[in-house]
Design a protein around this ligand. Sequence first.
Ligand SMILES: *Cc1c(COP(=O)(O)O)cnc(C)c1O
Length: 402
Amino acid sequence: MPAQPTAPASAGRAAHYADAEAVARALRPSYPVYLLRPRRLAENARAFLEGFPGTVLYAVKCNPAPAVLRALYRAGIRHFDTASLPEIAQIAETYPDAQTYFMHPVKGRAVIRTAYEVYGVQHFVVDHPSELEKVLEETAQGRREDLVVVVRLATPPAAGTLYHLAAKFGCAESEAVALLRRAREAGCRAGLAFHVGSQCRTPGAYGTALEICGRVAAEAGVELACLDVGGGFPADYVEMVAPELSLYFEEIRRGLEHNGFSGLEVLCEPGRALVASGCSLLIQVQLRKDARLYVNDGIYGSLSEMVDAGIRLPVRLVRPDGPAPADELHEFVVNGPTCDSLDVLPQRFALPADVREGDWIEVDQVGAYSNALATHFNGFYPETFVTVGDAPLAARMEGHAA
Ligand SMILES: *Cc1c(COP(=O)(O)O)cnc(C)c1O
């Protein structure tokens, strides 16, 4: 057998720089570069691990970049909310001691079987009787006591939420009661889950959802193995300040107590709140036409949430060499790189009046749903990651941007 080629010691490790200026100087990148801040990711992870009254799962779909997973793992995250076999495989193969949970309410049969038999996944979310039967059939070879069927409940739309996920997933209370009973009858353990919607800015939404869980649990009259309060915890964006995380944890603690869930195993699945502030993006101006800039990333790349969720991001000019930028700021219309006329950012960027071709722009708070959603449209695909050591732009602009 030929010897395995050995990977260089730096394999999978992103190069490290002091800040965006150092990256621009070293790489002079004409392509977009993600600037990861592992320290910030670790701080975010610690806030959840120390403050949340239960087990913290990272929702992998939000940002599956290896360097992001590594930073969270190093900070102590050992549980992962996964929604597909590739996500499960990525976690299982990189972190053998981590636990994955299958939180997608609709799964292929072979996928259920492989997750259960090959990867040892025990938690499966369902929101419909047919899906529950599918899970029971595809895991029939195993010992049923291993299996935790987690019933996903629909919750009412919460004010200040950017995505209402119950529009697509989750069942009504009466259906949840039937699913819990059926799972117990079949010899499985049973749990409840919900997701109040992403970027949820009303902590009370968790209390409302926990009341629904309380009613369902009382009605079903079966022993619960766990209660999963989902993701939805918000991040800071421009003119969209997130309430303190502690308010959410307080609300959840109160809701658990009031609805008879004290002592039960509780889970949460944050995506956005863990990673949004842990990454910024370095893009380059490739042409200026008066007040219009043409840059190398856009709505088909890292910045689709500017359109889909209407978020606005802190920005600053990066010109490591050359004349000092003008003090005066102008508002610029920013065009993405594809030939599609829709590829224009809805947010105007306030930048020094003399911004010019070859300058870079650092766009902050892009750790969530950026690279994870990027397409290859027109041949443009952002895929370069480095790490930086400075504080995020939003933190430095506190009160102004965030
Ligand atoms: C997307 C998703 C999450 C993460 O949501 P955030 O709003 O990013 O915290 C958690 N759980 C499930 C089931 C999801 O689909």
